[in-house]
Design a protein around this ligand. Structure first.
Ligand SMILES: [Zn+2]
Length: 216
């Protein structure tokens, strides 16, 4: 894959043929899409079939600069790389259900802030929500995960892995007086499990659908 392939097959929609600013987040203050242009440079491929762009954006909120390297593919999708990348997680992919995305976002942000009780709780809730969307049957997260395994939605390795993630086995998700805090390792484990679950249940089918629908 060459940099000239940027935007081929996957990327963001552009409605006016230009860089979709709404897909750029300021790495300094987190503002989304409110930028002016400090400079714009583009290079055309020797065979003239494509242009790559090297824009420097200035944030309208905090005034800092972001470099955006982008290109539009044949199908009109735009591939974007930016520096600096936003340090905090601010968004989730559009093909996830909004409530799952919100829980995932809060779990990630809680990890970024070292709030491990909150991270584990949100990640566990997101896992639960995904299992409900998939109409998993069972009276515990384990059983529901196993159910999705038997239906072929989850591979065996995900079912096995669930047994090693302590927060998934934590049947008592309600607060108990005097309970000790969640260990960082346990919180990170359930967030990792959630991330893989999202990949398998939502990202993979989405990517495959995009490839199949692609006109070469
Ligand atoms: Zn900013």
């Amino acid at each position: 894959m060459s940099w000239w392939d940027l935007g081929e097959g996957r990327g963001y929609r552009s409605y006016d043929g230009d860089l979709p600013l709404n897909e750029v987040t300021c790495g300094f203050c987190g503002e989304v899409g409110r930028f002016g242009f400090e400079s714009r440079v583009s290079k055309t491929k020797p065979d003239k079939s494509k242009e790559l762009h090297y824009d420097v954006l200035v944030c309208q909120q905090c005034g800092n600069l972001t470099s955006v390297f982008w290109g539009m593919g044949n199908s009109g999708l735009v591939g974007i790389h930016q520096v600096p990348w936003p340090r905090n997680t601010t968004r989730w992919p559009e093909h996830w259900p909004d409530d799952v995305g919100r829980y995932w976002l809060q779990a990630k942000r809680s990890v970024e802030a070292s709030n491990y009780d909150a991270a584990a709780l949100m990640a566990r809730s997101a896992v639960q929500l995904i299992l409900r969307y998939q109409e998993a049957e069972g009276d515990s997260l384990f059983k529901e995960i196993k159910d999705l395994g038997s239906k072929g939605i989850l591979p065996p390795i995900m079912v096995d892995w669930a047994h090693e993630v302590r927060e998934i086995g934590n049947s008592n998700a309600h607060p108990m007086p005097g309970a000790s805090g969640t260990l960082a390792a346990d919180a990170l484990a359930v967030v990792e499990y959630l991330s893989m679950l999202l990949k398998i249940v939502y990202d993979l089918p989405h990517q495959i659908a995009e490839h199949r629908g692609r006109k070469v």
